[in-house]
Design a protein around this ligand. Sequence first.
Ligand code: ATR
Length: 263
Amino acid sequence: MKKYFVIGNPISHSLSPKLHNYWIKKNNIKAEYLKKELTLIELGEFVNEIKQKKIAGANITVPFKKSIIPYLDKLSPDAEKTQSVNTITVEKNNLIGHNTDIFGFEQAFKKFNFSIEKKRVFILGAGGVVPSIILALNNMNTSKISVSNRTKEKALSLKDRFEKISVLNWGEIPEFDIIINATSLGLKNEIINLDLKNVGQNKIFYDVIYNPSETNFLNTGKKLGNLSENGKLMFIYQALASFELWHGIKPYIDEQTIELLNL
Ligand code: ATR
């Protein structure tokens, strides 16, 4: 039986096994999908198991999306541009790194029916997922992207790859149509120390976090009269794209799929 893994640290919270095993069963595929917590020094060993065909493919999550790159033979153009890999496939004994987070983000916004074209977007955070979000936003023709991160240098280093973004000090709030929380604040119900009460109404508050389903950030946005969406659909669509890369089948997303991730 083919084995697939999601690796990260921590990993116990990951819902990828639940989702992939559901689709594997639905499509009568002989495979299983497991999770594994690793440390940085164990990455090489894990990659060797893929090379030896003991593992058929993998998803990579925080904090290894960049550190996995030196172990791979080739990157897809999106993985190259973002220097972020969340999926590994094996093609003719070569390990290929892909980035399906970009597709996940774009598809999620299409499903919400939010037109992002010409919109001003404000991103909080500059961690692993942010290059993928910026690339997706560029694909969707936003008019302006501002980024603010507690550690400003990290946001500034994004400018090497994405020249057009504006980098703001942490605490500075620009005018925006869509605000995205891409920090890890909210995973444990933390509050983001930003004063958002004067941002106006009818904006979109989007959180990459989907567990909990409503972070304090989304709750604040709602209370102020804005729309809010969590990262669940992005998560489902990045998984769908990985599934298709490995199995050549586009899994079906129904109510049950979405229910599966209700926590
Ligand atoms: P990494 O930074 O290793 O890529 P991540 O989970 O992808 O990890 O990103 C965490 C994000 O949450 C970062 O933008 C981080 O800001 P710093 O770069 O300043 O660390 C942000 N973050 C985490 N804790 C925070 C806090 N207490 N206040 C503000 N931002 C925070």
